[in-house]
Ligand binder design. Structure first.
Ligand SMILES: Nc1ncnc2c1ncn2[C@@H]1O[C@H](COP(=O)(O)OP(=O)(O)OP(=O)(O)O)[C@@H](O)[C@H]1O
Ligand SMILES: [Mg+2]
Length: 287
């Protein structure tokens, strides 16, 4: 553990670490670790729709926190509130234990919060390198783009993600497969000094092998000290990669499970019939 801000995590894993069954996660954040990111009492309405009501959420360094809930439970809205896309109606966001005001994606990026959105938000008409460096291009003294270092870092990042099927990093993103696009989006997020990586449905459109690759990458990033949030409807994926699981239902906090001590049935029950709880802080159901 330990690649924190200022020492960006390398994406390169062991080259021979290609087993399809990830090892039991070695990262077990203790309950005493200050959460990297914490949302407290967040409420957000869109007109008469209460998308979030008094929601608590946290993720600690070196852990994968899953965020689950049925369609419309408020998962994407919570992420967008944390990332500054939406303003909070009520509530606070804390980073490393300090209250922060995040008014837009740039504020979030400055803190090291990177989000890969459900719709990926890649620019179809730009190539892979242009997407990786969108808005953060490397330029020389004359403001000209420095293509060579951008190409080199893009190749390096994708190689470390074991994305070997993209024939050219100068090809337009529109021509990539779903898995390739997801890899580009994750690569773009973790190329910077990320502390928190949030993935909204990263495996929804992927085949078996590409899903496995993304899950292995998620685990490796957490082992390197990142706080990773993964939203997914696929409980199999979640039980494979997550350390803890936060359940939202109808825009409200229902429970936080420790993956090692819970079952898929318990999580499904919380998703479909969980009773909203509101206690001080976040309660671990295993405690
Ligand atoms: N921009 C918006 N304007 C109006 N209502 C919205 C907006 N964004 C979300 N909502 C509403 O807020 C609620 C929560 O939506 P959200 O997208 O956060 O759900 P979700 O948990 O991400 O669902 P899914 O699993 O389908 O992605 C829904 O009722 C949705 O219709
Ligand atoms: Mg969503």
């Amino acid at each position: 553990m330990g690649a924190l801000r200022g020492a960006p995590p390398t994406l390169v894993g062991d080259d021979d670490d290609v087993t399809s069954t990830p090892a039991e996660p070695t990262r077990i954040p203790t309950a005493t670790t200050t959460p990297t990111l914490e949302a407290c009492g967040v409420s957000k309405s869109f007109g008469s729709v209460e998308a979030l009501v008094d929601v608590d959420f946290e993720v600690r360094p070196g852990e994968v926190m899953a965020l689950v809930g049925d369609n419309g439970a408020g998962k994407s809205t919570l992420i967008k509130c944390i990332a500054g896309i939406y303003s909070l109606d009520e509530g606070e966001v804390h980073f490393d234990g300090h209250k922060v005001s995040i008014h837009g994606p740039k504020d979030a990026a400055r803190l090291g919060i990177e989000v890969v959105y459900q719709d990926l938000a890649l620019c179809d008409n730009l190539d892979v390198v242009q997407n990786m460096y969108l808005g953060r291009e490397i330029r020389d003294w004359f403001r000209r783009l420095r293509e060579a270092p951008m190409e080199a870092r893009t190749s390096e990042a994708l190689k470390s993600l074991r994305v070997t099927t993209i024939s050219s990093i100068r090809q337009q993103v529109a021509s990539l497969s779903g898995g390739q696009r997801q890899s580009v989006a994750i690569g773009r997020a973790v190329m910077w000094n990320s502390r928190v990586l949030i993935l909204d449905e990263p495996t929804a459109a992927l085949g078996v092998a590409q899903t496995q690759q993304v899950l292995e990458l998620v685990g490796r990033l957490a082992e390197q000290g990142l706080a990773v949030v993964i939203i997914s409807h696929n409980l199999h994926d979640i039980f494979e990669v997550a350390d803890r699981i936060t359940v939202l239902r109808l825009g409200r906090s229902v429970d936080v499970f420790d993956r090692r001590t819970t079952t898929q049935q318990a999580v499904v029950h919380a998703i479909t019939a969980g009773i909203p709880t509101k206690v001080a802080g976040i309660a671990m159901n295993s405690e």
